[in-house]
Design a binder for this molecule. Structure first.
Ligand SMILES: Cc1cc2nc3c(=O)[nH]c(=O)nc-3n(C[C@H](O)[C@H](O)[C@H](O)COP(=O)(O)OP(=O)(O)OC[C@H]3O[C@@H](n4cnc5c(N)ncnc54)[C@H](O)[C@@H]3O)c2cc1C
Length: 373
């Protein structure tokens, strides 16, 4: 169903949306109608109750056609819905999840700040409890799904005090987009995911009820790390699906294009490239599905999530590069979707923890010693 939707409804307009840097309300609404938001959320909150593998395959299929729409879907689920679903109290879940799961509204995840990227614990945004309210001041950058007309709430990580060990206490607070003092600015000029929404957020004496705290005070860093573990599976799915899409285009082209009187795929060097691409995609799929399986079984999956994210992203990089190579000059033209794959893959090496950060996470898990980690 998702493949058919992506081929019939996304593919024909993906490049135009990319050119115009246009977020598509219609496609987002359609993904909602197809039940793609909240696939892993229990039915009582309006979700599909289907588990993580179904969700990941949905992202993979959308990414096979277009990275921007996959980004909207993956961020909405893994960064918007997931923290509310896993850490929200009953009232918060009832208040936000039904509309988020229908795809009527979007939630965003406000972690990254101008000075706190990879070092996400270095947040400077503050949340001060005054009476019955949190007063939030600060800013966030690069926040997906945060500035559309459908964007209704942001999960904001803020410094809410000092811990006993002298480090900052971090908490997550739900801040509705309609709150006075909360302003957003859409970021334009991205090389990647041009039809997905990315925003800069500013909080100036932004006042929200103390009940908007997500989970327990001081749990923000832990919630953020766990949210990113899940998010990494969806980024990996974008790498896998994108690579599959680029590979299929390259294979088709290699069977059609003739030079020196032969189809270019018949030259052994190109046939071997295609064989390598197919093999890498298969390896990536097995690694990612194993990580999803561990996640579904409630077993530890941080290491496998980091491995999948890193491997699928870097594999997409290699596959998209070879796909463009097989297309020759035509691969550099926007009329061919491989050009979009070539650009979109780059985000995956950077978002939700760069490849360097994934290697740090993996090195920690396998017990590599050293302060640099
Ligand atoms: C389109 C887009 C959408 C995004 N969506 C969201 C979102 O919804 N929510 C959100 O919170 N954030 C979001 N982000 C932010 C993203 O997660 C950050 O860009 C990413 O974590 C990297 O942070 P940075 O850009 O500040 O790079 P930096 O952290 O400044 O990194 C710069 C370079 O230094 C390297 N580096 C940093 N520290 C180390 C180290 N210890 N060891 C070795 N190398 C290191 C990095 O790997 C990188 O190569 C988004 C970003 C983009 C571009």
């Amino acid at each position: 169903m998702v493949r058919e939707f992506a081929e019939k409804e996304i593919a024909p307009i993906a490049q135009e949306l990319d050119d115009k840097e246009e977020f598509s309300y219609n496609l987002t609404k359609r993904m909602g109608e197809l039940g793609l938001f909240g696939l892993f959320v229990h039915e009582e909150y309006g979700g599909g109750n289907l588990g993580y593998i179904f969700y990941i395959i949905a992202v993979e299929e959308i990414a096979r056609i277009d990275g921007s729409q996959a980004a909207t879907l993956a961020a909405a689920n893994s960064l918007g819905i997931a923290p509310i679903y896993y850490y929200g109290n009953e009232e918060q879940k009832q208040a936000w999840l039904p509309d988020l799961c229908k795809g009527k509204t979007l939630a965003s995840f406000g972690l990254t700040e101008p000075n706190a990227g990879s070092d996400a614990g270095a947040s400077r945004t503050t949340g001060v409890l005054e009476g019955d309210h949190w007063i939030i001041n600060g800013s966030k950058i690069f926040i997906t799904n945060s500035t559309t007309d459908m964007s209704k709430v942001c999960v904001v990580q803020a410094v809410t005090g000092k811990r006993e060990d002298g480090r900052n206490e971090l908490s997550c607070i739900l801040v509705p987009n309609s709150t006075p003092g909360f302003t957003t600015e859409t970021m334009h000029g991205k090389m990647v995911w041009r039809a997905s929404d990315t925003g800069e957020l500013h909080f100036t004496d932004c006042k929200v009820p103390k009940e908007n705290l997500l989970g327990r005070r001081g749990d923000g860093f832990h919630q953020m790390l766990a949210t990113l573990d899940g998010g990494r599976l969806s980024i990996a799915a974008m790498g896998l699906g994108g690579a599959q899409g680029a590979f299929e285009l390259a294979l088709k082209y290699a069977k059609q294009r003739e030079q020196f009187g032969r189809r270019i795929g018949a030259f052994q060097v190109n046939a071997f490239k295609l064989a390598d691409m197919a093999t890498e995609i298969e390896m990536a799929r097995l690694l990612l599905y194993k990580a999803c399986w561990l996640c579904e079984k409630n077993r530890a999956f941080s290491k496998e999530a980091a491995m999948s994210k890193m491997f699928c992203s870097e594999m997409y990089h290699r596959v998209a590069n070879q796909a463009v190579q097989l297309y020759g000059g035509y691969g550099l033209m926007k009329e061919n979707a491989v050009e979009r794959h070539y650009r979109n893959q780059k985000l995956l090496d950077i978002g939700e923890g760069t490849s360097e950060i994934q290697r740090i996470v993996i090195a920690r898990h396998i017990g590599v010693p050293g302060k640099a980690l």
